[in-house]
Ligand binder design. Structure first.
Ligand code: FES
Ligand SMILES: [Fe+2]
Length: 312
């Protein structure tokens, strides 16, 4: 059983929505306690490299520019390809072999950009799944949202999977049936119940929510409408993370659009309810659990597989 989960887990993490990164865009990122640069090359590939130039240390994400498939450093114009190798130095005849920055595996699926993190440097161990319906005429595009710099540890967010007892208290939700399935890198929560949204009304729901690795969850939600929710958290440092969520809705007449807005606002409120708890709580290594609690021990064993072995 995990005691301290140090460092950052192994897995795919959401770093941006595809629409926010046009061809030629360069953005600084700060995740996993590191400075990174995200850019989109002229052929449309998204790339992530360590941010600091091996020459004199400029940040490639602040003033760097895309040139073809490369990024050009803003300080002395050294060029690096998407693998982080220096390919050109405008004023030198020789390129030193060590003129290199680390490159991070990136994948882009269903309008979402993911980076693979593994502190031991191993490549991706599983793939990001496809989201059925995305990009088809029957479904809307994503309605994305972000809550930046939430002051908590990723394990608190993931623990929601097994925490059936907080729903009525924090979210005014009655749970009729609650089930967890742990299978390799996936953890699935199936919940059937009734919600009373803060803006009023009553919604019967049936949610199947699956974590694919430690950091993002795809939910299929059947209630008044059929919706899909992507919930993702990406650690900035050991004490903070960005929480992203995006919703897409199966189209159901002209009201879909206005309902989507209402729905996203509702979700945002729901996450604020959790955040209020997360930002102020302590983590109990040995919680006092009772028979009505969900399978929190199982969840913790599942989650600890993503951390380096000596830390668990
Ligand atoms: S610091 Fe990047 S080229 Fe000099
Ligand atoms: Fe919650």
């Amino acid at each position: 059983m995990a005691t301290k989960l140090q460092g950052f887990p192994r897995g795919w993490f959401v770093v941006a929505w595809s629409n926010d990164l046009a061809v030629g865009d360069v953005k600084p990122l700060k995740y996993f306690g590191k400075d990174l640069v995200l850019f989109r090359t002229e052929t449309g590939e998204a790339k992530i490299l360590d941010a600091f130039c091996p020459h004199l240390g400029a940040h490639l994400g602040h003033g760097g520019a895309v040139s073809g498939e490369n990024i050009v450093c803003p300080f002395h114009a050294w060029e690096f390809n998407g693998e982080g190798e220096c390919t050109a130095i405008p004023y030198a005849k020789k390129i030193p072999k060590r003129a290199k920055v680390a490159c991070w595996p990136v994948t882009e699926k269903n309008g979402v950009l993911f980076v693979w993190h593994d502190s031991e440097g191993n490549g991706p161990a599983w793939e990001v799944p496809d989201i059925a319906g995305h990009g088809t005429p029957e479904w809307t595009e994503w309605y994305p949202n972000i809550l930046e710099g939430v002051k908590t540890h990723p394990r608190e967010i993931v623990e929601n999977v097994a925490d059936s007892a907080h729903f009525p208290v924090v979210h005014r939700t009655e749970v009729d049936s609650f089930e967890n399935i742990y299978d390799g890198h996936k953890a699935t929560q199936h919940t059937v119940g009734t919600a009373e949204p803060p803006q009023g009304g009553i919604d019967h729901f049936d949610i199947t929510a699956t974590y694919h690795g430690p950091a993002f969850q795809i939910s299929d939600m059947k209630g008044y409408l059929h919706t899909k929710l992507l919930l993702a958290h990406t650690p900035i440092d050991e004490g903070h993370l960005d929480l992203r969520f995006a919703v897409m809705l199966e189209k159901k007449g002209p009201k879909t659009e206005s309902f989507a807005k209402f729905y996203v606002d509702n979700l945002r409120l729901g996450f604020h309810e959790d955040i209020q708890i997360w930002e102020h709580k302590v983590y109990r290594d040995v919680p006092r659990l009772v028979d009505g609690d969900g399978p929190i021990g199982k969840l913790r064993r599942w989650y600890s597989q993503f951390y380096r072995s000596e830390n668990v």
